[in-house]
Design a protein around this ligand. Sequence first.
Ligand SMILES: Cc1ncc(COP(=O)(O)O)c(C=O)c1O
Length: 352
Amino acid sequence: MLINFDAGPATLPRTVLEQASEAIRDYNSSGLSILEIPHRGKAFEAILEEANSLVKTLLGLGDDYAVLWLQGGGRLQFSMLPMNFLGADETAGYIESGHWAEEALHNAVLYGHAEVLGSSKEDQYRYIPDWGTIPEHLQYVHLTSNNTIYGTQFFRFPETDVPLVADMSSELFSRKLDYSRFSLIYAVAQKNIGPAGVTLVVVRKSMLEKQKRTLPGILSYKAEADNNSVLNTPPVFAIYCSLLTLRWIHSIGIEAMDRRNQEKADLLYTAIDNSKLFYGVARKEDRSLMNVCFRAHDDSHTQAFLDFARERNITGIKGHRSVGGFRASLYNAIGIEAVQQLVDALHAFEKG
Ligand SMILES: Cc1ncc(COP(=O)(O)O)c(C=O)c1O
């Protein structure tokens, strides 16, 4: 097998792939494949109930939060959020820390007003911008807690009574945080949770009452919550795989996962910082534990190292097409041995 550092669709735990394969053949000895079970039947009801409960347990959240499994990816969340919670004459705050944050902002102005609270765009998003004092009139503040393309991460969050909304697509379940500070969290599955095709949304139930306009059910958080994410036919298999990953994370524990992720990132950043050929791109204090972005001082080393790594069965380390260089994504399912192999490859390449 290859060691896959891709930013997403990303590596899933081996045990999840094995259990998912078995479920495709025969789900729980039911005589039906997981691909064939009815979405309104008892078996899927049980999958949803366990998944929802594990999400809340892992995030330390109570029954004042609803867990939703939606379709349309991160991009639908960029517009669903303002569609639901931003009236035409109202304003929301956005922290512009990367491309995805910018996309979210562009969608907000289709429905209301948006104020940029801080931006690092002028410096190619190398750092997490300051946001200053949060104005009280805002309907919500949106941030992208981990910037997949640039390898930056928030390690502190705005102190405010304005509802906080976070796109945690490339980090959810990777670290211990006080998640109750957020009124809405969303994360596409294909990085740290499961296969593409489903997006996890965790929303404070009191937010659901604030819907600003009449919406078709499929675009309304409240309607999805009222129907337990089964308003239409949900992606049963993607949700089932997500449940398998959640069980795996739970068996390790979020604190242990957090420590493991720190160790992995330290190992790789230390190798990059000590390298003569490569350098880290993001500002040190904002460096992401999930997506490690680095570059070669000499451009001719970029393709050479990609080829060199591939010969060692390492794949998925090419930087996003908009920034180039390298990016190693160290999501939960990447073990420390995999990171060590990448570090060994860096050292071997450097020795020539
Ligand atoms: C932080 C973040 N948000 C949103 C997205 C967009 O997700 P999707 O392709 O599912 O729309 C990505 C994709 O990489 C991402 O990294």
